[in-house]
Design a protein around this ligand. Structure first.
Ligand SMILES: C[S@@+](CC[C@H](N)C(=O)[O-])C[C@H]1O[C@@H](n2cnc3c(N)ncnc32)[C@H](O)[C@@H]1O
Length: 249
């Protein structure tokens, strides 16, 4: 039987947000490869080999998956959320582009998933209802100056913004700088959503004005959505609705 590689998005956490297509690929797989916390989300079964690896080993993980598929194995590389959003799909193609020519002819499928910004936006209302952009705030793979430039230009263009990887133990100061740039560009009244562990049992949401936002409100399990100048709240009993209307003057 010929091998294949599928790069599958497991969604933000809840089993209810795993697509039927991803579940079917996991059922057919002989091997699951991925960052250990994501592999841990895949139910074990006889005949399924689980290969968990450390963070920041994306290229080695991709090469391992491609070698297994070359040997005829049916391999699923798991990502959280969507595999094409700051995740393993691009890493796989980086490995293929520079790897042996035979890898290009393998059966390769990218199976989409529910990315964190969409799951978070849906919980809060519709903050991404008009034009928006997504920025990875980690400076592992790009210089800080580029992050800051993109932030300033996105704010100037009045996009709503979703920030992935906002703050980690290795980068405790970057997010404070981001808040500083935003305050300069957008003023203190801009609305922000901090959405942590969306769809998981410890999910937490808070909506604050930029003037009240603090770096400690974000960690690596948080996605931050910054509204555009049109983003607003609909007050009601309980949690207000955060949304951005579809039209703009
Ligand atoms: C390396 S990126 C991977 C993104 C993933 N591929 C996706 O589409 O959601 C990891 C970042 O995604 C965000 N994230 C992933 N799952 C999340 C969740 N359940 N709740 C909130 N943010 C989440 C956080 O910003 C985290 O730092």
């Amino acid at each position: 039987m010929s091998g294949w590689v599928a790069v599958a998005g497991l969604g933000p956490g809840s089993a209810a947000l795993v697509t039927p297509e991803v579940s079917a690929a996991l059922t057919e797989a002989t091997d699951v490869v991925g960052y250990a916390p994501y592999v841990a989300r895949v139910p074990e079964r006889p005949g399924l080999m689980l290969h968990a690896s450390d963070n920041r080993e994306e290229l080695a993980r991709a090469a391992h998956a491609l070698a297994l598929a070359t040997d005829g194995r049916r391999v699923v590389i798991v990502s959280s959320g969507d595999p094409g959003v700051f995740a393993m799909a691009a890493a796989l193609f980086e490995a293929i582009e520079t790897g042996p020519a035979t890898w290009r002819d393998l059966d390769i499928r990218i199976l989409p998933g529910v990315t964190a910004m969409l799951a978070a936006a849906a919980r809060a209302g519709a903050p991404l209802g008009h034009d928006f952009c997504a920025i990875n705030l980690s400076d592992n793979l790009k210089p800080w100056a580029l992050i800051e430039r993109r932030l300033r230009l996105a704010a100037e263009a009045d996009f709503a913004m979703a920030f992935y990887n906002p703050r980690s133990r290795a980068r405790p100061d970057g997010f404070a700088r981001v808040l500083g740039v935003l305050r300069e560009a957008c003023g203190p009244d801009r609305l922000l959503l901090f959405a942590r562990a969306i769809s998981c049992p410890d999910e937490r949401l808070s909506i604050v004005r930029l003037g009240d936002a603090a770096p400690e409100m974000a960690d690596m399990r948080t996605i931050v959505i910054v509204g555009s100048s049109a983003t607003r709240l609909i007050e009601r009993r309980g949690t207000p609705i955060l949304y951005t209307p579809r039209s703009s003057a």
